[in-house]
Structures are given as C-alpha cells and as structure tokens.
Design a protein around this ligand. Structure first.
Ligand SMILES: NC(=O)c1ccc[n+]([C@@H]2O[C@H](COP(=O)([O-])OP(=O)(O)OC[C@H]3O[C@@H](n4cnc5c(N)ncnc54)[C@H](O)[C@@H]3O)[C@@H](O)[C@H]2O)c1
Length: 345
C-alpha cells in the first residue's frame, strides 16, 4: 500500500477483510507509517514506493496517498508489473490520466480507480433503471455534493477542491452518459478567508447533448447532523443529492438518507449506510463492493467494466476543464487528448 493516512488505513482493513494479504506499506510520514504498520502487524515498510517494491513483489499496489502523487505512483507500480487500485482522482490532468492508461496497456496490467460512487447502491440502481429504459432518453443530470466546512480548512484545498469533491459527480455523470464532456462553464465563490474556492458550480455539456450541473460547497457547519462517524477516522457531514432527468421520468435520491437519525449526547447523527458502514464487525457498503470488484478484476475473474479506465480519463479531463474555466472566467472546450476519444466526438 502506498499512503496509510485516514483512508489508507481503512483500505488496508477492507482489503484484508476480503482475503488480501498486506505484504508492505509505504508513506512519506515516518511516524504515521510506524503507527499504522504496528497496528496492522506489517513488518516491511518504507518511506517511498520504489524502495518498497525493491523488497516485496506484490500482485497489487493500492495507492491512497495525497492526490498529486497518484499518477506517478500508479505508473511506478505498473512498471514493476503490479495491478493498481488508485484512489480518486486518478490524476490531476487529462494528459497524466492518459499517461497512466498508456502505461497500463504497455504493462498489460489493470488499473481500477476508486470512483466509489459507481458502487453506492442508490446510484447503481439509478444507472440500471436508466439503462433499462425506465425513464426514456437521458436529457440532464443535476448533481450536488456538500462537505463539512472543517474538512475544507484541514485538507479540502490541498489540491483544487474540484479534485476532492466535484470529481465524484463528474465521474458519476460520465458513468450515466457513457460519453466524454465537450464543453464546460464554471463559476466559484469563496468564504472570506479562503484562498481556494469553497463553492463551485459547473455546467458540463456532453457529446450527444446531455447536460449536467455539478455543484459543491464546503460550507456545512459543525452544527449540522454528522453523517460520517465510524469506520473512517473523519467526523463530519456529506450532503449529496442526485437527479437523473429522462424524457419519460425522473430519478431522485439523497446519498445519505435521513431514515435513520440518532440523537446522542454529542449531537445528532444521520449515519451513512451506503459508503463504508460497519456491519457485524466488518466494513460493508460501496467500499467493500469496490474492493471486491477490484480483486475480481485483478484475478481475471471478471471484465473491468464497472470503472472503465477510459471513462475515468474522460472524468479527469472534464475536471481539469472545470478548473480551467474557473481560471479563465469563461467556457472551456475539453481537448481531445485520449487515444480513443476522437471516435464520435
Ligand atoms: N473515495 C472516497 O470517498 C475517499 C474518501 C477519503 C479519501 N479519499 C482519497 O484518498 C486519498 C487519501 O486521502 P486521506 O484522507 O487518507 O488523506 P491523508 O492525508 O489522511 O493520507 C494521505 C497519506 O499519504 C501519504 N503520502 C503522501 N505522499 C506520499 C507518497 N509519495 N508516497 C507514499 N505516501 C504518501 C501522506 O503522508 C499521508 O499519510 C486522497 O486521494 C483522497 O481523495 C477518497
């Protein structure tokens, strides 16, 4: 595993619960690495991935490090002959994403990107209903995801916030349309003391005419009911809503539903039951589904069709265009960089 911070530690637990052996860990933070390795009982540790791969020969490298390191670490692991699970975002530019895709093809290894929303039960059902013709021809998507204000102040702006929050919904939109984005217009606002924008609204125009609005605000106050409190060592709130508008019907959902509310001595909790809930001592939900899927892909037991790398690259291209549109203050055309994206664009 490369990166054993908050989510890396949870990943290690889930991979183990699904039968994987964790043979080595690396992290640039020596104290964090020692703590997590001690807790997991993993003896082989290193401060960087190349020196770890000189000591162990894993089948799979799980990349859960800071966003800016994902593409390079993934290519390093591919060149060492490993399959790779890499957390979102796959990369911080379309060019880097396609570089990873090319490296995977050259190495003959699989890359599964951690676009967890593709495995969350409500979105899975929405996609099935759509593809089954339940609401007719897809016309538009409205996707919104708000996060805790305190997260923004602690890590939300370590890369442009689009890569932290909007990338989930941009990838979801790509998964619903199965097409690349052609054009993006975005606007942003920031709370007074912030350097990076804490509120983003983007309009994506897909090839084929579908439009999607993607909105994100990192302004949920601590007084709001907590939705994350449990398996991931991160307390706070995610408030996400999605609408899929078809010619013959509309699908609507909330990521964290309020059908279970807990009023406790430390405040109100509306616990997430879809992403990584603890069920009978193990981690369930979308994270378990996602890791189980990756293991099946890596073992050649199923095709890599739930998170196609090409679609993930389209999502990264679109996210890059959102950042570019914010910088330009104008709409941006998404450049056609990928090896296959020219088809039908
Ligand atoms: N899919 C989801 O819902 C979800 C949820 C949380 C986090 N994430 C993603 O997981 C990743 C990690 O997030 P986090 O919250 O655990 O962050 P974190 O800051 O807690 O952990 C990141 C760790 O990576 C380490 N690191 C940085 N550069 C490294 C390198 N070159 N090699 C090895 N280790 C390195 C850091 O020292 C740190 O320990 C991010 O990409 C984040 O977007 C995804």
């Amino acid at each position: 595993m490369a990166g054993v911070g908050r989510f890396g530690a949870l990943h290690a637990r889930v991979w183990r619960e699904l039968g994987a052996e964790v043979v080595g860990l690396c992290d640039v933070d020596a104290r964090r690495l020692a703590d997590v390795a001690g807790g997991l009982g993993v003896a082989v540790v290193s401060g960087d991935l190349p020196s770890l791969l000189a000591r162990v020969e894993p089948d799979v490298v799980v990349v859960v490090s800071d966003e800016a390191t994902h593409a390079d670490l993934t290519v390093t692991a591919l060149e060492a002959g490993c399959h790779v699970f890499v957390e979102k975002p796959l990369a911080l530019s379309g060019a880097e994403a396609w570089r990873v895709s090319a490296a995977a093809a050259t190495a003959g290894r699989e890359v599964v990107a951690g676009q967890i929303s593709r495995f969350a039960a409500p979105y899975v059902r929405m996609r099935q209903t759509l593809s089954g013709g339940g609401i007719g021809r897809l016309c538009a998507l409205r996707l919104r995801r708000d996060f805790s204000r305190q997260w923004f102040l602690s890590f939300g702006d370590r890369v442009h916030p689009v890569w932290e929050s909007c990338i989930h919904d941009i990838d979801l939109a790509v998964s619903f349309t199965g097409r690349p984005v052609q054009r993006v217009s975005a606007v942003a606002a920031r709370a007074a003391e912030d350097e990076a924008p804490s509120v983003v609204s983007a309009l994506l125009e897909f090839q084929g005419g579908v439009i999607a609005t993607v909105e994100s605000a990192w302004l949920v106050p601590d007084s709001a009911p907590r939705t994350l409190a449990g398996a991931l060592a991160l307390d706070g709130s995610i408030v996400a809503e999605a609408e899929v508008l078809g010619a013959d019907g509309i699908l609507r959902q909330r990521l964290v539903a309020d059908d279970l509310v807990e009023w406790t001595s430390t405040g109100a909790v509306v616990p997430d039951l879809s992403l990584w809930p603890e069920e009978d001592g193990t981690v369930g939900g979308a994270l378990r589904q996602e890791v189980a899927y990756a293991i099946d892909v890596f073992l050649g037991r199923r095709p890599a069709d739930r998170v196609p790398l090409q679609e993930v690259c389209w999502g990264v291209e679109a996210a890059e265009a959102v950042v570019a549109s914010l910088a330009a203050g104008a709409p941006v055309e998404v450049p056609d960089r990928g090896p296959d994206t020219g088809r039908g664009r």
